[in-house]
Every structure is written in C-alpha cells, then in structure tokens.
Design a protein around this ligand. Structure first.
Ligand SMILES: Cc1cc2nc3c(=O)[nH]c(=O)nc-3n(C[C@H](O)[C@H](O)[C@H](O)COP(=O)(O)O)c2cc1C
Length: 192
C-alpha cells in the first residue's frame, strides 16, 4: 500500500555552532523516530547570506540542492534556537533562501508539514522563537504540527552530554511527539 512507504524527513538546525543544542536535538530526533520514518539532518555551513542580486542566475548551488531536498521530503523538522526573544539570523536567512524564487514556493514549501522544536540553556525553552516562526510558516503556507503543543527543551546543558540526549524522560517525550507527527505527515500524504 502506498501509505506504508517510508516517511522521509529533513531536519534544519538554526545554529551553525559545532556543539549546538539544536543540532543535537535533531540528532536525537533521528534516533527517536518510529521505524517507518527517517530523518536526514542538513549541513547548512555552506549556505551564504541571502542577496537578491544572486537571483535568478547566480543562485548558490548549496541553496538549490537544499531546496530540492526539502521539496522531496515528506516533512520538515526545524530546530530553532532563540536569540533575543526571536529567530536567529541563521534560521531566518535559511527560510528566506528556501522561499525564493516565489514561483518555486509551491514545489518546495507550500503544504510541507512542519515540526518545530527548540533547545536553549535558558528557562523558556525557545517559546518566544517558536512563536516568532508562526507568521513565517503562515506566509509560506506550511502547516505546523500543533496537536501536542510545543516541544521546548529548557536547561539544555542538563539533558545532553557531548551532543547526545541523555535524559530518559525527555527521550520518551520526544519519541511520543515525533510518532504522532509522523502519523500526521502520513495522513497528509498527497495533499499540498
Ligand atoms: C545573540 C544571542 C542572543 C540570545 N538570546 C537568547 C534568548 O533570547 N533566549 C534564550 O533562551 N537564549 C538566548 N541565547 C542563548 C542561546 O539559547 C544559546 O546560545 C544556545 O546555545 C543557542 O543554540 P545552539 O546551542 O543550538 O547554538 C542567546 C544567545 C545569543 C548568542
């Protein structure tokens, strides 16, 4: 049956930091997924700063390749840090690239089911940054998984060790959250 097909997800971290908690969160998500899903975490180090002068003829190869990977994925996991109560420039730069040219939005972004996650050493768990994503996702017509509320990782330094999630309760919560997200992605298959 078509719906038994493996669900392919792509993960975007809003941090370029080598020891980023948000990249670690995506790596933990890859391990926590149900057996019918797989997550490929994108390396974003080669994505330059957005510059409209580069459209349409000098679109960077790294961006074009990433756009194709997002277009081919069944769903998108975004792990967002929170900077000054909002979205870090790295993450905003990335989504701005992915949204261009506008004519390509239906192929790449429209209808792509998003799972928003975030980790911070601070007490708010990236709640403010996650709220700041909402108008962006709405503008780009990307449905957000909200049935289980927000996935917020507070005090990240206490739940990861050397890039690995070590908190068993959090691991369980992540697996349950992702299982429902994957089910939702599967149920949306074929829609745009
Ligand atoms: C410019 C800047 C602003 C920050 N503002 C916030 C903030 O508003 N809320 C918060 O929880 N953490 C804030 N932090 C701390 C980040 O959560 C922390 O650096 C985190 O490790 C970034 O995510 P990463 O580990 O994935 O790189 C800020 C950090 C920087 C560098």
């Amino acid at each position: 049956m078509a719906n038994d097909r493996l669900i392919k997800l792509i993960g975007l971290s809003g941090s370029l930091r080598t020891t980023s908690w948000n990249t670690a969160l995506l790596n933990a998500a890859a391990k926590a997924l149900p057996a019918n899903a797989e997550l490929s975490v994108a390396d974003l180090q080669a994505i330059p700063l957005y510059n409209q002068d580069l459209e349409p003829n000098d679109f960077p190869t790294a961006v074009s390749e990433l756009k194709d990977r997002v277009a081919e994925a069944d769903g998108l996991l975004i792990a967002t840090p929170e900077y000054n109560g909002g979205i870090p420039g790295v993450a905003k730069n990335l989504i701005d690239w992915l949204s261009r040219p506008i004519a390509d939005q239906p192929r790449v972004l429209h209808g792509k089911p998003v799972c928003l996650l975030g980790a911070t050493p601070g007490p708010t768990g990236t709640a403010n940054a996650q709220v700041a994503w909402l108008p962006i996702l709405r503008t780009l017509r990307m449905p957000l998984w909200t049935d289980q509320g927000s996935f917020l990782v507070r005090a990240a330094h206490n739940v990861f060790d050397d890039g690995t999630m070590t908190d068993d309760a959090l691991k369980e919560r992540l697996a349950a959250y992702l299982a429902e997200y994957v089910e939702w992605v599967g149920s949306r298959r074929g829609r745009s």
